[in-house]
Structures are given as C-alpha cells and as structure tokens.
Design a protein around this ligand. Structure first.
Ligand code: 3SK
Length: 519
C-alpha cells in the first residue's frame, strides 16, 4: 500500500484486495452482471489491448462512456497498464469535447456507441488526432479506426503483470469547472483513491462486502467514481449501475429489482424521490444508509427522507480536487442542516481574507489538508497555484463552524452556483443568453426554492426588436441555452427587466438581483 511502499498501482491493489471474492458479484448493469473474476479478467485484457494498440505508459485515453460494466473495465484496464484514463462527462457538447481532446492530447478513446456521433463531430474539428477508438456495445457497422471493445477483449491475451507505477504517479484525470476559463484537467495519483477508500468508505461509512451500492451520481463525477467504483471494490461490495438518466423512476426500479443497501445521491434527487407518485415504502427496499453530496442537504429534506425510509442520509462535501468527501456527518452523529465534522484523516481551516483563522460562528474560506489532494491542474500553473497551496487545498466554499465543531455551508467564495449537485458558471450562461437575437443583456443568479435548493434564475433585458416578453420567449431562451450548453446549465426561471442594476462603472450588481428574491 502507499503506506509502506513507493510502488503502488491502484488497479492492481483492487484486484489483490478481492482475490478471496472472485466468485462474488462486482457489477450489475442494465444488460447483465460481472463477477469479480470476470471483471479482473476483462481489466487485464483491456490493458493488453491498449498496449497492443501502441498506447504507452503515462499517455492519456479518453473515457466517454455511459454507466455500464464496460466503464470500470476501461478505467481499471488503462490504469493497470500505467495508461491514464481521462474520465469525462457524457452530457457535454462537441465544442467541450474538442477542447478536452486538444487539452489532454489523448491517444485513444473508449466510448459508448450512443456517444460516438458527438465524439466524431468533436474529433473532426480538433487539432489533435485520436488514433484509436474502442466502442462499447456497438450498434451496427463500425468505421475505419473504430474497434468493438467486446471483440478486442475477446481476442486479447490477458496481461497479468501490472505496470509498476509509483504511488505518486498520475493515475487518472477528471475535469473540474470554474466560474471563468476552460475546465481544468485535474490529475490524481494512484495513492489518492486508496486514501479516500480508507478514510471515508471504510472508517466513516463502514461499507462492507455485504453492501450493494447504487449511485445516482455517474461514474465520471468524482463523487460517483468513489461511490460506484473505488469504494465498493475497495471493500468487496457489489454495485448496481443505471445506464440512463437516474430519474426517480429509474432509481426506484433499480431499488425494487436489485435491493441496494446503500444509495448515494444529491439533494435535488432526494427531493424528486420524495415528491414522486410511486415512491417505495420502507418495506419495499433494503436501504440501510444513504449518502448525499453535490449541494447542501436542507434539514427538512433529510428529516422527511428519514421519516419515510427509516434510514439516515449522511450529508458531506467533497471536491474533484480532493477526489471525495472530506467533511461529513457520521452514521452515529447526524446533524441535519450541517455538513458535520472533518472526516478523520483530513484537517480543515476556515480563513478570512488575510489568511487568519476565523472564530467559531464566523464565516471563512474553507481550506483542506489531506492525502487525497490532486497533484495539479494540467497546463495551468496559475490556477494550480491558487488552489493547491502547499499542503492545503482551497475549496472555494464558505463555511462557519459552531462551538461543538459542526460545519454549516455558507455559499461559494467564487461566483459558481451548485445546481442539482453540479457546478454552473453564471458567466457562461449569461454569455450564451446574449448570443440569442432577442437578448441585449443578461445576469444569472442562484435562487433558493421552497425546499431550500438552489436553482438558476436569469434576468434578461430584451432588445427593442425582440418578440413579446412572455412564456413563449422564456421557453425559447431556455431551449437556446440547452442547445449550446450541457443541459444542467439552462436557467430554470427567466425574468424580464427594463435594465440591470449596475455600479457607476457598469458592473452588474448581483446582490441587488439577489435582494429581489428575499421575502
Ligand atoms: O460535490 C461534492 O460534494 C463532491 C463530493 C465528492 C466528490 C466530489 C464532489 C464534487
């Protein structure tokens, strides 16, 4: 392990950890199941396929795949060979993929058949060539340069020797978005998942091999990657994967069919589950515990969920930069409305603008010290320095701590909004809205709804030539944003104004817009 050796390969570690569980079920997806033995055989074959294609240690491969059993095969197979998977969001637009292809300079791509068209469009425009494409679950004929992942695995001789990587060597990347600029390739080492398994999955959640885990958060999110890959494999548990959108119906269907003991989601998803018409009763499911992250869990929502299902939601906060959760409630110490206390293994500080530690009850910027911090952002020294400050990582969140040591969320220190568990940059949405022919100016803020959850609201000033300011135009503007940005970024409500409140120097006064929503 990274505790006693500098040589460490996280894929090999997960394989060795489960040698006495080879006949147990590792994954269940919409199409079938994989035992641990079958998973590891495919991982070793995938490592062989990539090497055979000429991909070398330390080179990147794009992983653009819906949640299915091929995802952990691709991720761990690459890592086993010392090749670095770049796991990316499946809901982005061609221009986003073009940027990531050029930024990461990946040599190969592992892609779901349904995502091939968007990837192909991005590739046709990109100034870097992806040489090989492995298609998961192809439908019909493949083009030149594309291989069926299944066929390639079937033809391969498994590679039994893992690449002898170092604990601190880059193992995989995730992309992290900020309020300005392009998403940042966040580089994680082989050791990082080991620490999150130990500190959070084992010591805090007490996951065991008897658990069956269902995560609404997809595997390409850091939250989902821990929930549905490194944690379960770290303890020998089983995972249920949903390939499509994790709507309440899809989640309930998976719960009724496969009876997870642990469910991981975000607050907006929990609110949707409780509001649904067909919410299962507590006796129809076998949940023993749930986890929440992505946005603060309102107290009332946590209490209502527990009253219905009879189990707790363990609310915590993590980040792509820290890989997983570093501040959390504990199964035996739930304080709904707070994010709990630091996960043992992590140290937290709340600092004022001069860097001094704030007193209890005061709001400060959250800094984290812990072993799972990313190595750096790729090709971005300025943002690397601003975020990874020696042993401390700046989270970008504001918190206060009470006298008993419980932390309460107080918003972001940048302008980012967290909506349905995902980041939204108000500037990106504003820049897109003003590309619409009817829009003169736009300002986007977060508004808290009746359940305590943040939704984006756009304030729009129309051009004189614009059509009437009505619901038809509102729908058209929402559709316009959805057509250009990832779907979670569209404004949930739009208000029309004669002008935006501005300072004498022309800066939009967002606080005045926020005041419009304080009743
Ligand atoms: O959103 C979070 O709180 C989170 C949790 C775990 C891993 C990554 C993130 C962003």
């Amino acid at each position: 392990t990274p505790e006693n050796s500098n040589q460490f390969n996280i894929a090999d570690y997960l394989i060795q950890t489960n040698q006495n569980r080879l006949e147990r079920l590792a994954y269940i997806d919409d199409k079938g199941t994989l035992t641990y033995a079958a998973l590891f055989d495919k991982v070793r074959c995938l490592a062989a396929v990539l090497k055979q294609l000429g991909v070398h240690r330390e080179e990147r491969v794009l992983l653009l795949m819906n949640d299915c059993t091929d995802w952990p095969v691709a991720f761990l197979g690459a890592i086993h060979a010392g090749i670095v998977p770049v796991a990316i969001n499946t809901l982005l637009k061609p221009q986003d993929y073009k940027y990531i292809i050029e930024d990461s300079r990946c040599q190969a791509a592992l892609v779901s058949a349904s995502l091939l068209p968007v990837l192909t469009e991005a590739m046709s425009d990109a100034e870097h060539e992806i040489k090989h494409i492995l298609v998961s679950r192809p439908q019909g004929e493949l083009s030149h340069g594309q291989l069926s992942m299944d066929e390639a695995l079937a033809a391969a001789t498994p590679c039994h020797r893992p690449c002898s990587t170092k604990a601190d060597e880059p193992a995989f990347w995730l992309y992290s978005s900020g309020s300005t600029g392009k998403p940042k390739g966040t580089i994680h080492s082989h050791a990082n998942p080991y620490w999150t398994i130990r500190y959070y999955a084992q010591d805090l959640l007490h996951l065991t091999e008897t658990d069956r885990i269902l995560s609404a958060a997809k595997l390409f999110f850091a939250y989902g990657l821990g929930n549905a890959l490194t944690f379960p494999l770290g303890v020998g548990a089983s995972v249920i994967l949903i390939e499509g959108r994790p709507t309440p119906d899809a989640v309930f269907d998976a719960m009724r069919r496969h009876q997870p003991t642990i469910f991981c989601g975000a607050p907006t998803g929990y609110a949707g589950m409780l509001a649904a018409a067909n919410t299962p009763t507590r006796d129809e499911v076998q949940l023993r515990m749930c986890s929440s992250a992505g946005e603060a869990l309102p107290r009332e929502l946590g209490e209502r969920f527990t009253a219905h299902f009879g189990c707790h939601i363990i609310d915590g906060i993590g980040s792509t930069e820290m890989l997983h959760i570093f501040l959390s409630n504990r199964p035996d110490d739930i304080h709904y409305g707070t994010t709990g206390k630091p996960v043992p293994g992590y140290e937290l500080e709340l600092r004022d603008e001069q860097g001094a530690i704030v007193a209890d009850g005061e709001i400060g910027d959250l800094y984290i010290k812990g072993k799972s911090a990313a190595l750096m952002y790729w090709n971005n020294r300025e943002k690397t320095r601003a975020t990874f400050q020696g042993e401390w990582t700046k989270s970008g969140d504001k918190y206060s701590r009470d006298a008993e040591g419980y932390y309460t969320y107080a918003g972001r220190s940048d302008d980012m909004l967290k909506v349905s568990g995902q980041y939204v940059s108000p500037f990106e949405v504003e820049a897109t809205l003003i590309e619409h022919e009817a829009v003169l100016e736009a300002a986007v803020i977060g508004v808290t709804d009746s359940q305590g959850l943040v939704k984006t609201r756009a304030y729009v000033v129309l051009k004189e030539s614009a059509p009437p300011a009505d619901d038809t135009l509102r729908d058209a503007l929402k559709a316009f944003v959805k057509s250009r940005l990832a779907p979670h970024k569209y404004p949930r409500s739009i208000e029309f104004l004669e002008e935006l409140p501005k300072t004498a120097t022309g800066k939009i006064q967002r606080f005045r817009l926020r005041e419009l929503n304080q009743h």
